[in-house]
Ligand binder design. Structure first.
Ligand code: COA
Length: 150
């Protein structure tokens, strides 16, 4: 078995989405995880997302980006056949290294409450839960509220 990690490229899209679809706890989004959505993410965050291979087989993936202040990781996944060999931690370490090089001080991740195994991985590998924060969200393209001030 020869494992290696490299930067994700657009050519990895089919294999990466196959892995994500086979992985529990992913929460895939029709638009964001379409080919166009992923290529947009990779263009905006160049050389920050990673894939892991066993020979020619893609066995791990993670998306990483930042907004100039905080990093975010999405869709960390390791193939069922390759769990608990250090690949998940190694993919995350690569992401944190590129974030640190870009002077990003902290990184966030979003984990579904129901994904208790995913949460256990993050807590075991040194991530802290921010129980003082809630995630609030709104569609960017929804109807705009009329401006009451203008
Ligand atoms: C979470 C996931 C990426 C971990 O991948 P992995 O390659 O098996 O993890 P690693 O082998 O790198 O584990 C690193 C450490 O975490 C521990 N660990 C891994 N999975 C764990 C789990 N579910 N619960 C507790 N500890 C875990 C390992 O034992 C190891 O500990 P050690 O360093 O003390 O030996 C993988 O289980 C997965 O793809 N899960 C489904 C998708 C998912 O939930 N992703 C996160 C979404 S936010």
């Amino acid at each position: 078995m020869k494992l290696h990690i490299r930067t994700m490229t657009p050519r990895d899209y089919v294999a990466v989405t196959k892995l994500w679809h086979a992985t529990p706890g992913m929460g895939l989004h029709a638009a964001d995880d379409s080919r166009a959505g992923i290529l947009r993410f990779l263009r905006r965050n160049p050389r920050m997302s990673f894939v892991a291979f066993d020979g020619v087989q893609l066995v791990g993936a993670v998306l990483c980006g930042h907004d100039g202040r905080r990093g975010t990781l999405h869709h960390l996944a390791v193939a069922r056949t390759h769990l608990r060999r250090g690949l998940g931690a190694a993919l995350v370490a690569r992401c944190l290294r590129v974030l640190a090089r870009q002077h990003i001080q902290k990184c966030n991740i979003f984990v579904y409450r129901a994904n208790t195994s995913g949460q256990a991985f993050w807590l075991h590998t040194g991530w802290s839960a921010r129980d003082d924060l809630r995630v609030l969200q709104k569609p960017a393209a929804g109807p705009a509220r009329p401006c009451r001030a203008c």
